[in-house]
Design a protein around this ligand. Sequence first.
Ligand code: ATP
Ligand code: ZN
Length: 304
Amino acid sequence: MQAVGSGLGGAPTGPPLTKFSMLRLAIQKSGRLSEDSLQLIRECGISFLSSSYKLKTEATNFPLEILFLRDDDIPGYVQDGVADLGIVGQNVLEEADGAHLQVEALGFSKCRLSLAVPRGDAYESVATLQGKNIATSYPNLLGRYLAAHGVQAQLHTISGSVEIAPSIGLAEAICDIVSSGSTLLGNGLREVETVFRSEAVLIAQPHLSAEQQDLLDQLQFRMQAVRRAKRSKYIILNAPVGALDEVRRLLPGIKSPTVTPLAEAGWVSVQSVVQEDDFWHITSQLKAVGAEGILVLPIEKMIA
Ligand code: ATP
Ligand code: ZN
């Protein structure tokens, strides 16, 4: 008997079955990107059963499958379309020549790829590294940087514990990921050049179907709303009516602030949105013009 709609074993009985449209998103299984990647997906309102032992899981309220992989494998899987999307550090993406896959910067896992030399060694400029041995896990990125500066050096590619290379005599310099610099310090090294600045990014395979592109648009819309909300705070305060012009100047809000009268004559309540970066600066100015009872609340989502 012929399977209905399969088209197998005889003349087709109807239109071919179209694959149910969904996206497969690859994230780091276990490492510095994992927790923030999962949190971003949750903050986008996507629920899933998570288990650290699993290789994949399916979202329950969005057509999304999540694959858990080593971060270094993510650009290749996305380039080949095995995964449709991925979350990976730009450092790993650039190293794999995958910059064209990037669709959105995500603002977390900020770090830099830096050159470092033993603290006591003389260092003037990148030209000091001419002819030296440099240990790194990023030979492509570093190679491009050195070439751009006209420096030739021997690169030794090692996959971990790069910072110990000088102390065991493997190299005179290293090039590795740095965030605070404490690991370098602990190994007697001094950071001398920034080779590349990185953050986590969303990447997408080049041949998404129209339906998948539509799902990606929805996902990016949610991610942007989450990021905007994180950068902003909701602020409520009381101010004397006479200070209102000053308060409005300090708190322009999205369109303009909400102003409502208080029961006490001559006072208003003002509600608005401020950027996290400007927050302390603005609150001290608000107090200076007579604002009182300033409340600051987190914003969960912010739709432009
Ligand atoms: P895997 O086992 O998946 O290969 P890994 O050991 O290569 O993991 P991690 O150390 O977990 O990688 O780092 C993952 C990514 O997080 C890095 O590629 C980089 O983008 C970012 N990262 C690394 N170190 C830091 C740091 N100190 N601060 C912030 N972000 C970092
Ligand atoms: Zn890795």
